[in-house]
Ligand binder design. Structure first.
Ligand code: ADP
Ligand code: MG
Length: 468
């Protein structure tokens, strides 16, 4: 019977989920209306209880209709490691499975120090240059820097002040630099384990672990970490991985461990993530790093020159050239670094000192002649209102008549695609609507423009009017 129930579970949740959560579940006893199951860890127990208790019950009821209660307990490592003779009805196949899993249980569940798990897990590679020492602080990143520093200097057992720490910004503005700085600083000197993982690495690590049936070890390893640092969270994909990430996040935070996350947008705009993960992420400290101000750009350029001079003592960039570059290159930190590298290469190869002329020539492609026109939400509302012959206050009102609803959705869609405003911000600017309303509108119009040519022409014409 137990093997039939397992078969049903496997079919109902799919092979991946089954091998991840249920492969090590054992039947302990059946007493009248209740079934007693056991798993090796508390983590598995709570996960199964919160996510799969209904499914498990249904699968049992299909075999034994009287069952109306499922109990899950954590078995001790000792007991699990010694194949116990159980329910005489337990099929031989079940006992074999238990024996197979026993050594694994011992290594992950007994007193194995977290360190070995941590080593086995392996973080993403770190760049030795990305430290606090080389991070330049300016107006746009003061708060993010201070928070990161605070996290890095914490010691095991310290109260955690903001959890998770969530840093977001556009590309090339120093998120990875800051996260790796936290990792370097945290791992040197203190007894804490700081693990830096890109979201992709987390994802592949988890999927690989699922394939090799070591996902339990993977989970246990993650939970031995004091500070978990996840970069580029916007790339986290896949339902199972997200569920796993969500659980890891909760488990770590509940255990008083620190989580640091970076992404290219605020939590509310991580549209593919589950609502629970988003709200958990938003529940800590969310810090945005604005684009680099001119002072910061100058600081970064100078620090790059200093770094280059460590290996090329004769290399120097005169102050006017630095100022020119800081003013001309507005885009991101990577371009600043690239500019210095080019000047270095050019002056080395030609054995020439750096001049303003050389700089102008070398970095011309990094300079944006003119920032593209910034489109304002008010402009969008005005143009849309005119096109559909409604008033702007209609768009912001709570009226739901069809002649207002569609233009309003179009306007929100344009606001999302043509500006850098977040969904909550757009909602606020549209008469205080919720971000889910905005998301709904965006998806609606996205879906329609591919089918409805009249609408897609209208949208294109609106875009042209706005970009002029
Ligand atoms: P992101 O992860 O936000 O895309 P990175 O951390 O990769 O950006 O930064 C891009 C480049 O700019 C890196 O070389 C980084 O060292 C540099 N950089 C960005 N911000 C700073 C800063 N405040 N101080 C020093 N270097 C910076
Ligand atoms: Mg990055």
């Amino acid at each position: 019977r137990w093997s039939r129930v397992k078969g049903r579970l496997r079919t109902s949740v799919g092979e991946d989920v089954y091998s991840s959560w249920f492969a090590r579940m054992d039947l302990e006893a059946i007493q009248q209306e209740s079934v007693h199951l056991s798993v090796p860890t508390r983590f598995l127990k709570s996960w199964i209880q919160t996510h799969y208790s209904d499914k498990v019950l249904t699968c049992w009821q299909a075999e034994i209709p009287e069952v109306n209660r499922i109990e899950v307990t954590v078995r001790t490592p000792m007991r699990a490691a010694t194949p116990a003779v159980k329910d005489a009805a337990a099929p031989a196949e079940h006992r074999r499975e238990e024996q197979r899993s026993a050594p694994e249980l011992r290594s992950t569940n007994a007193t194995t120090p977290a360190a070995s798990n941590h080593d086995a897990l392996g973080g993403s590679p770190l760049d030795p240059r990305l430290t606090f020492a080389s991070f330049v602080v300016g107006r746009s990143n003061t708060l993010a820097h201070a928070a990161a520093k605070q996290v890095a200097e914490g010691r095991r057992g310290d109260p955690v002040m903001f959890n998770p720490l969530y840093i977001h910004s556009g590309v090339g503005l120093g998120k990875t630099h800051l996260l790796q700085a936290v990792t370097w600083a945290g791992n040197s000197g203190t007894e804490r384990k700081v693990l830096y993982l890109t979201a992709e690495k987390f994802m592949y690590g988890f999927v690989a672990a699922l394939k090799t049936q070591t996902s339990l070890a993977f989970k246990e390893a993650l939970r031995g970490i004091d500070v978990l640092v996840i970069d580029d969270l916007q790339f986290l994909q896949g339902k199972t991985t997200q569920a796993e990430f969500c659980h890891t996040l909760n488990a770590l935070i509940d255990a008083g461990r620190q989580v640091v996350v970076a992404a290219d947008r605020p939590p509310s705009d991580l549209e593919s993530l589950d609502e629970r993960v988003r709200s958990r992420l938003a529940g800590g400290l969310v810090v945005e790093m604005a684009s680099l101000g001119e002072d910061l750009r100058l600081g970064i350029l100078k620090s790059r020159v200093v770094a280059a001079r460590a290996h090329h003592a004769s290399f120097d960039v005169p102050q006017p050239v630095l100022e020119y570059l800081a003013r001309a290159i507005t885009h991101n930190g990577r371009d600043l670094e690239g500019a210095i590298n080019r000047l270095l290469a050019h002056s080395k190869l030609n054995n020439q000192p750096v001049t303003l002329e050389m700089a102008e020539h070398e970095v011309r492609d990094l300079i944006r002649p003119q920032e593209p026109k910034r489109i304002k939400i008010e402009d969008i509302q005005r143009v849309v209102a005119r096109q559909y012959n409604v008033s702007r206050s209609d768009l912001l009102s709570s009226r739901r008549t069809a002649n207002v609803v569609r233009p309003r959705q179009v306007a929100m869609y344009l606001a999302k695609t043509l500006t850098l405003r977040s969904l909550p911000e757009i909602g606020r600017r549209f008469g205080g609507r919720d971000h889910t309303t905005v998301l709904h509108a965006v998806r609606k119009i996205e879906g329609l423009v591919s089918k409805d040519t009249t609408l897609s022409d209208e949208v294109e014409s609106l875009k042209r009017q706005l970009q002029e």
